[in-house]
Design a protein around this ligand. Structure first.
Ligand SMILES: [Fe+2]
Length: 387
């Protein structure tokens, strides 16, 4: 029995219904209606409102005969208080289906609101794995960036404003009923966010591929995401060609399906406390951490390196040692080519906070599937190198 077959015997792979294609945002009304909704709680943000996409969604909802409430009181790295206010608004208006339109912040906020309206309590009650008891209301998520993966994932990441840390909520219940991606929405995404969200997708794909919970099914999606990113990331950032932007959307979707089922690793375990403490852009933090975490992980993932090197566009069989160098070089070259930030200092991290960040990362659910175990000192060393 080969490795692929034995791997499949222990696979669990879950994804929502997926709808993907340019111009398909107009289908959102019919999606919400067939889930049984009458009054939609639409969660989005002001940037998308000004870009015209919220209006397009509202039009689609009206065409489907649905009424709606619009909620945009969310910020980058959505906060527990915003989620809890959203849940009160949902009840106040008697909504019965939730649509999240936006990047990770809007979609995770939509998930958080869905958790509270069906389960009650405070959002921090659901921190960690499998704390959600009751099923969520119908949920449709539409990503408008190219990185988060929240539209297919079993995670919601919410900032705890008292502890100043991001909490990861993990449950099969959190995956939406429908993930609808319209790559046209990337046309209005500012250059900076094309870059940072795509580097988030790159981190998702790499961490999913190296995760101890990876399987042949997740590897297929992780590798596909990496091939698309290698092919189109630089062009999409520099030229913004529709085909390259669509490839980034597709890469985000594949990476999302991979990491939702295989989980992540040290990059995200560290990115969560950093994001919570400094309200830092998630993709930027990942771009800074990924090269250092790769350097740490590569010695223990040698068997997978040739396949990863192929995923990153290198042809030929190659030796394991040279594959490791190829992977490291390709990732760093890609990040440099798109002007990604390369030091924690440059995004406002304070050196004195490093030990506390390392301690918090050890409690993050993403650390569990890291291919290489790490203690507090290991994490401090990674953060120091990335500083
Ligand atoms: Fe991420």
């Amino acid at each position: 029995m080969d490795n692929v077959t034995s791997n499949l015997q222990h696979c669990k792979f879950e994804v929502p219904e997926i709808i993907f294609g340019r111009g398909l945002l107009s289908q959102i009304g019919s999606c919400a209606r067939r889930l049984g909704g009458h009054k939609v709680f639409l969660v989005s943000d002001q940037g998308l409102f000004h870009a015209g996409w919220v209006d397009k969604v509202m039009h689609s909802l009206m065409e489907a005969g649905l009424s709606f409430i619009y909620y945009d009181q969310i910020t980058c790295n959505p906060k527990d208080v915003e989620i809890e206010e959203g849940a009160r608004e949902y009840f106040r208006h008697g909504a019965d289906v939730i649509v999240g339109l936006g990047g990770g912040s809007a979609m995770d906020a939509a998930k958080g609101i869905a958790i509270l309206v069906s389960n009650g309590g405070r959002i921090r009650d659901y921190k960690g794995p499998d704390k959600i008891i009751r099923p969520l209301p119908p949920l449709v998520l539409c990503p408008t960036t190219c990185g988060t993966g929240s539209d297919v994932s079993q995670f919601a990441v919410i900032s705890d404003t008292e502890l100043r840390c991001k909490m990861t909520i993990m449950s099969r219940c959190v995956a939406p009923d429908i993930s609808l991606t319209d790559p046209d929405t990337l046309e209005t995404l500012p250059d900076e966010f094309v870059c940072t969200t795509a580097t988030d997708a790159l981190s998702h794909a790499m961490e999913a591929f190296f995760s101890v919970a990876s399987t042949s099914l997740t590897d297929v999606h992780a590798i596909k995401a990496m091939r698309l990113l290698t092919k189109s990331l630089v062009n999409a950032v520099r030229e913004r060609t529709p085909d390259d932007l669509e490839n980034l959307s597709r890469a985000s979707l594949h990476a999302g399906m991979a990491f939702s089922n295989s989980l992540l690793g040290i990059v995200h375990a560290l990115a969560h406390p950093i994001g919570g403490l400094y309200d830092a852009n998630h993709g930027s933090v990942n771009a800074i951490l990924l090269p250092e975490v790769l350097r740490y992980d590569i010695p223990v993932v040698t068997e997978k390196l040739p396949e990863l090197a192929w995923g990153l566009g290198h042809t030929g069989k190659g030796e394991t040692s040279s594959s490791g160098e190829m992977v490291q070089d390709t990732v760093e070259t890609l990040l440099d080519a798109i002007g990604a930030p390369r030091s924690l200092r440059s995004i406002g991290v304070v050196r004195e906070d490093i030990p506390d960040l390392a301690r918090k990362a050890l409690k993050d659910v993403c650390i569990v599937t890291s291919p290489r175990e790490a203690d507090e000192q290991d994490l401090i060393r990674i953060l120091e190198k990335a500083f």
